[in-house]
Ligand binder design. Structure first.
Ligand code: FES
Length: 182
């Protein structure tokens, strides 16, 4: 999975899913909108009550369903409304990055940022950086890869079945008693 899939054409734009904490980054994104700070439109924001609510499975699912990158935004350390949700997220994030590396997915496709409610400007910068970074990496194309892997697995299963059938057949022939003529 290490080979980079080239963008289908120069007009290709990445799809980035963002999980934003309601109390900070989501409010900052709102502020950016109200302040007319323009950021890349290819981001789909999902609001959660805390970054600690982001299960690594959400990130893997987003990538598996066609996202090219995932951004997570939470409160600054010490500011989490649920005391240590963001620390939990940080620990999961480190683990997830190792997992992505093992899967051959570039770790730059996921990013964790602490952005307070007052940092509309930072939302704009981080979103634009993230979209630019993923644009450089090219499409991840996981749904297409799953289809290819499914086909490979079907082909492999058919080969195994064929071999099993051949082995069973030669076994039956070997065990057949020889007919002797008197
Ligand atoms: S409440 Fe924002 S990260 Fe926990």
């Amino acid at each position: 999975m290490n080979e980079v899939i080239k963008p289908p054409n120069s007009s290709w734009r990445p799809r980035v899913v963002a999980f934003f904490c309601n109390w900070c980054t989501y409010t900052a994104a709102d502020l950016a909108g109200v302040s007319r700070l323009k950021y890349a439109p290819n981001i789909r924001v999902i609001r959660l009550m805390c970054s600690g609510r982001v299960d690594p499975q959400f990130i893997l699912d987003a990538l598996a369903r066609g996202a090219d990158g995932v951004l997570i935004g939470g409160c600054h350390p010490g500011d989490c409304h649920y005391v240590e949700g963001n620390y939990k997220m940080l620990r999961r994030f480190q683990m997830l990055k190792r997992m992505l590396k093992d899967l051959g997915i570039e770790e730059e496709r996921v990013r964790l940022e602490w952005i307070s409610a007052a940092e509309g400007e930072k939302v704009k910068r981080v979103v634009n950086e993230m979209v630019g970074q993923v644009q450089k990496l090219g499409p991840l194309g996981m749904p297409g890869k799953f289809e290819e892997w499914d086909k490979e697995m079907e082909h492999f299963a058919a080969q195994v079945e064929e071999k099993d059938a051949a082995a069973a057949c030669s076994c039956a022939t070997a065990n057949k008693p020889e007919l002797t003529t008197a």
